[in-house]
Design a protein around this ligand. Structure first.
Ligand SMILES: Nc1nc2c(ncn2[C@@H]2O[C@H](COP(=O)(O)OP(=O)(O)OP(=O)(O)O)[C@@H](O)[C@H]2O)c(=O)[nH]1
Ligand SMILES: [Mg+2]
Length: 475
């Protein structure tokens, strides 16, 4: 991998399709050289001598390959552009970078990239610009991941979290804990070398306290992973219930559009409909499903089967009941299912006279935080604000605020933290058992490496490939 970073790479950095501007990005030792054959500055200056980090007005000249006269009359203007040169190390990749800002159209950008490749650049792999930024020490791995999270953020809370991480909040925390462990390892190793009397009691005592303190800090950070992932990835919530209770009406009311078909005929919805919405800062993937009932209609049977699949996928079920009718056996069955999931019972149609007996709707346990009940009218909008609040509190800890403390947002981070915790447990065990310092040192090293994997202080090609594969080309 490191050999490849000698290559000069290029890619279209903006989305495909029509746009006001489209940007082609070139990075590497030969970036300026590769670009200068195609870019003719209006000022007449050669590209190699222009001021760094400034925009220059230019034309892209497309030469047919056979014409090598260098005579500008045989060259054709491909587009009028702005060019910026960012000399190493003050660029995103810390290499020489040239960005060419064209008019945004697929053809121009494609043609430009092809010409750059003919002049010796190579098409960048997904995430390769960011990977170079990492390999050249501009970003650590958590920051590289935060670049992707910023691009993908769906709510302002997820964006805030990504920005905190990009500014290094998580790396600082990890590095601080890792440094503490490295300090302890140095003491243990010194004691091993100084063999005649092994480690003294007071040192052991301090060591054990230090190990326990760092273990507690790591475990607190690991606990933030659920919240972090909810904000980064969102959660899936399925709207389920018997036919005609108002599931599709609820989806429409939450989205404030007529997304789903609503009719007074039971069995209207067949396919699962999916929409993402921002629920008080949490991205929620909302699934509207077919009403569950026994039916002979084949299409409806398939719809019910899909509802089941949606219920299994979802972390949260919004179980909709119709308050204007008594509970049905089907309702009762549904209320008893999926007790391992978070369940919010939504009693709809409160604008109509109530014929439902609420005493039948006891929570499995009154204190269960995975169960709640709200009364709403999808038609008038009554109770929808409370519903939104409930959804948020069911999926995020009440006191959780993005950007207050370092937060872990990926399973990759959490897996590494768990590895570190297990290693520290081993180290504490060895200290307690008064085993040789070698054992303590071995576990300490494992914990230090696990933390290092998060920031990239310790990394393998395999880890890097997995991370950067998720990126798009041009980032
Ligand atoms: N009065 C009143 N009627 C409602 C309310 N919500 C839905 N309805 C009506 O109930 C009927 C069924 O609504 P839908 O949203 O299609 O119900 P559904 O649960 O999606 O039904 P299926 O897709 O057939 O399972 C429609 O006539 C709606 O107008 C409400 O809050 N109040
Ligand atoms: Mg429906």
């Amino acid at each position: 991998m490191s050999g490849m970073s000698q290559d000069t790479i290029c890619a279209i950095a903006t989305p495909v399709g029509e746009g006001g501007i489209g940007i082609v990005r070139i990075s590497g030792d030969k970036a300026i050289d590769v670009a200068s054959g195609l870019v003719r500055l209006r000022s007449g200056q050669p590209l190699a001598s222009v001021k760094s980090h400034a925009l220059h007005h230019a034309d892209i000249l497309a030469a047919s390959d056979s014409v090598q006269t260098g005579d500008s009359s045989s060259l054709q203007a491909l587009d009028e552009v702005l060019v910026v040169v960012m000399r190493a190390p003050r660029s995103y990749t810390a290499e020489d970078v040239v960005e060419i800002h064209c008019h945004g159209g697929a053809l121009v950008l494609q043609a430009l990239c092809e010409m750059l490749m003919r002049r010796g650049a190579r098409l960048a792999e997904p995430g390769e610009f960011t990977k170079r930024a990492f390999l050249n020490g501009r970003l650590d791995l958590t920051q590289a991941e935060a670049v992707l999270d910023t691009i993908r953020a769906k709510t302002s809370s997820s964006l805030k979290l990504a920005q905190e991480q990009l500014r290094g909040a998580l790396s600082r925390e990890i590095t601080r804990m890792r440094d503490a462990l490295i300090g302890m390892l140095a003491h243990v190793e010194a004691a091993i070398d100084f063999t005649e009397e092994d480690i003294t009691f007071i040192e052991l005592h301090e060591l054990e306290a230090g190990l326990r303190r760092t273990r507690a800090e790591i475990s607190r950070l690991a606990e933030s992973c659920r919240e972090g992932r909810v904000l980064r990835e969102g959660v899936t919530a399925a709207i389920v219930g018997c036919p005609n209770v108002g599931k599709s009406s609820l989806l429409n009311a939450l989205l404030r559009t007529d997304r789903a078909i609503v009719t007074p005929v039971p069995g209207t919805t067949r396919d699962v409909l999916e929409e993402v919405l921002n629920m008080r800062g949490v991205p929620v993937r909302l699934l509207d499903t077919a009403g569950v009932r026994d039916t002979n209609d084949q299409a409806e049977q398939e719809g019910v089967r899909r509802s089941r699949t949606a219920m299994e996928q979802a972390e949260l079920l919004l179980i909709v009941l119709d308050s204007s009718a008594p509970l049905t056996d089907q309702d009762r069955t549904l209320l008893l299912e999926y007790q391992d999931k978070k369940r919010l019972v939504v009693i709809n149609k409160t604008d109509l006279p109530c014929r439902l007996n609420p005493s039948e709707l006891r929570a499995p346990q009154q204190s269960d935080s995975n169960w709640a009940l709200v009364w709403i009218s999808a038609q008038t909008g009554a109770g929808l604000d409370e519903l939104r609040d409930r959804i948020r509190t069911m999926i995020l800890r009440a006191d959780f605020e993005a950007g207050e403390a370092a937060v872990v947002t990926r399973l990759r981070h959490q897996d590494a933290l768990v590895k570190a915790i297990e290693a520290l447990d081993g180290a504490v065990g060895s200290v307690e058992a008064r085993l040789s310092g070698e054992f303590v040192a071995m576990d300490l090293r494992a914990a230090i490496d696990a933390l290092g994997e998060i920031t990239g202080a310790v990394s393998t090609d395999d880890i890097l490939d997995r991370i950067f594969r998720e990126f798009c080309i041009g980032k």
